[in-house]
Design a protein around this ligand. Structure first.
Ligand SMILES: C[S@@+](CC[C@H](N)C(=O)[O-])C[C@H]1O[C@@H](n2cnc3c(N)ncnc32)[C@H](O)[C@@H]1O
Length: 211
């Protein structure tokens, strides 16, 4: 799913928030991977795959939320499964973040969506419906919620994300530069504990017998 260069995508259609070429993007993605890799490994580990299993791209994580025609893409991915093969999809969801009690923090999801209307605020929750439309068996799902705490690697991930989004959000007119700067700094305030993404994972198996 990530084979095109991110910088090209952002420049060409303006729909992706985080160009791969920007200074902090490698660090931001490393922090995201550090947060999510253990969750993904746990989910995939529970599938009890054979040691010699073949993998095309077993898996999609926090990509569908940024693209159009999400259901069509999921259908294509399901169509690539071998009999007995698994599809695992993991997507971020802004639901808890939207409802956070910190007013500045809770303003972010709507501002992001205004700047990038193509993106989904609820793709994690959407997966819970979509996985049933793919003709798969042995469907399951679970979720992990980010609680953002000052001084943690997770707080750094959110700060880098907010900093990268400051310009698009101010350009969209939904935040002033001062509000965007205060938002980016919020996870480092000692009194802060806020809800971030819920990471919702779903999985299902091609109903045919293993090859
Ligand atoms: C939050 S990153 C997730 C990276 C990785 N999947 C992970 O979970 O660590 C979102 C990814 O979506 C990709 N992306 C965004 N829009 C896309 C599009 N229209 N087509 C393909 N990939 C896209 C970006 O290049 C970026 O790598």
């Amino acid at each position: 799913m990530n084979t095109r260069k991110g910088a090209d995508m952002a420049d060409v259609d303006g729909r992706y928030a985080f160009p791969h070429g920007s200074a902090d993007e490698r660090r931001r993605l490393d922090l995201l991977a550090a947060r999510l890799d253990p969750v993904t490994k746990r989910r995939v580990g529970r599938l009890r795959l054979a040691p010699d299993v073949c993998c095309l791209e077993v898996h999609v994580r926090t990509v569908l939320m940024h693209i159009a025609d999400r259901m069509a893409v999921l259908r294509r991915m399901a169509s690539w499964l071998a009999p007995g093969g698994w599809l695992v999809a993991e997507e971020a969801d802004f639901g808890m973040w939207l409802a956070d009690y910190d007013p500045l923090w809770a303003a972010h999801p709507a501002a992001w969506h205004e700047a990038f209307p193509h993106g989904s605020l609820g793709q994690g929750r959407a997966l819970l419906r979509q996985i049933h439309q793919l003709g798969l068996a042995d469907i399951g799902a679970d979720a992990e919620l980010d609680i953002v705490q000052p001084g943690t690697a997770l707080a750094e991930f959110y700060q880098l994300s907010m900093a990268a989004l400051a310009e698009p959000m101010t350009s969209a007119g939904v935040m002033t530069a001062d509000e965007a700067a205060r938002l980016a700094a919020r996870p480092s305030d000692r009194d802060f504990l806020g809800c971030g993404f819920a990471f919702i994972g779903v999985w299902g198996r091609h109903a045919g017998p293993p090859a």
